[in-house]
Design a protein around this ligand. Structure first.
Ligand code: T4K
Length: 361
């Protein structure tokens, strides 16, 4: 049993879409399925503009570029997947780490404020596990210091805060549609933006900067999603509500089953949020009779393969040892040493949470 497993479109429906593509031979370059997919996504996510891309890493790069962040420091979280930070280095920007909230694991605006200097150019928080960041706190920082906020929303597909998409917050948000995500296009991703001008800039940038047969607007790159994956995405979009409902049932079953296991901190839910139940992170506390790594190893002996997302925290990798940070980042360090993400995907048997709980008991 793996930590995750993707939802798939109905095979016959996908073959029908492939027939269309075979007939037209329009395989990529902003074809009809990409355009239809972007419209369907904007409608589903309740956001004004979506620019789809080939994976969830390119949107981070293009969002930073499109926001005009060409030099200086970007304050971000060490409690994330490596892509959030590697893109900063890749773009020649300087990452700076601030610590995270002890409950949600999301970047703390208060800690970010302490790290702001005249060299700071942007803030890059992550809605880790689909938990919304303190978006109001970042909005205040953005206004006070005139800094753009770009959210890495790779885990936050469909998440709502107070009834509104969490993607409405910030200057830009980025999504990943990787196979491991709540919603997937195999590989894929998107930038969410709020104006037609920004959508045009992103669409141009993802296609080498081309604006016409003989014209360019700036330096672009190839970040395009192809027609096959856009068609696949259109079909998977029909499945996502059902998938999130199934995830919620499993999530609640985990909470019910695991509350009798000593030494675990279980994730909690806020009433103001419509979650997508992207991950089920448990935190193995000091009073647990077994350590985190003993639990991790024990589950593996039962052919259950959870993951320690996100261990090591990024500041603990040698590659990122030189990144300026607030102290030793005690909270991110502790969460990363305590966390295990348990298997969670829509077609996981509903008996799994109790099975795992009985192994741990
Ligand atoms: N920002 C954040 C916060 C992110 O978490 C990510 C990606 C990104 C940005 C970048 O987005 P992308 O450029 O990746 O779109 C995985 C994913 O590759 C990565 O997308 C994801 N975050 C990260 C958290 O997890 P691995 O190395 O753990 O993946 P892997 O291959 O070990 O897969 C995990 C499990 O999923 C396996 O046990 C089996 C299952 N699986 C996986 C694949 C690929 C399947 O059942 N089918 C599949 O096709 O990184």
């Amino acid at each position: 049993m793996l930590v995750t497993s993707p939802i798939l479109p109905d095979f016959d429906d996908f073959v029908e879409k492939l027939k269309t593509i075979w007939n037209t031979r329009q395989l990529t370059n902003n074809g009809p399925f990409v355009r239809e997919f972007e419209e369907a996504l904007a409608k589903y996510l309740h956001v004004p503009f979506v620019s789809v891309m080939a994976n969830g890493t390119l949107p981070l790069m293009l969002a930073l570029k499109a926001a005009g962040i060409n030099e200086g420091e970007v304050i971000t979280t060490p409690y994330t997947f490596v892509a959030t930070v590697s893109v900063l280095k890749w773009l020649g920007l300087t990452p700076v780490f601030a610590d995270v909230d002890p409950v949600t694991g999301t970047l703390s605006p208060h800690e970010v404020e302490r790290m702001i200097t005249p060299r700071t150019r942007a803030i890059l928080p992550v809605h880790v596990y689909g938990y919304p960041c303190d978006v109001a706190g970042f909005h205040r920082l953005s206004l006070r210091y005139h800094l753009p906020v770009i959210y890495d929303a790779a885990h936050a597909f469909g998440v709502k805060l107070d009834g509104h998409s969490v993607l409405e917050w910030g200057d830009l948000s980025t999504l990943s549609f990787h196979a491991t995500k709540v919603f997937n296009t195999i590989e894929g991703g998107a930038v969410i933006c709020h104006t037609p001008e920004m959508k045009h800039r992103l669409d141009t940038m993802r296609n080498f900067g081309i604006t016409g047969e003989t014209s360019l607007d700036g330096i672009g790159i190839n970040a395009k999603l192809d027609e096959l994956r856009a068609a696949y995405g259109l079909l998977n979009l029909r499945k996502v509500d059902e998938a999130i409902d199934a995830r919620a049932r499993l999530w609640n079953a985990y909470t019910l089953a695991l509350k009798s296991v000593p030494g675990l901190r279980l994730p909690s839910l806020a009433d103001s949020v419509d979650y997508n139940y992207s991950h089920y992170p448990i935190y193995v506390e000091a009073e647990s009779p077994r350590t985190r790594d003993e639990i991790f190893a024990l589950l593996k002996t039962h052919d259950i393969h959870p993951r320690r997302y996100f261990f090591p925290a990024i500041h603990q990798f040698e590659t990122y040892a030189d990144v300026r940070r607030s102290g030793n980042l005690p909270i991110a360090s502790r969460l990363s040493e305590q966390v295990i993400c348990l298997p969670l995907y829509p077609h996981l048997p509903l008996s799994t949470p109790e099975k795992i709980a009985s192994i741990l008991r």
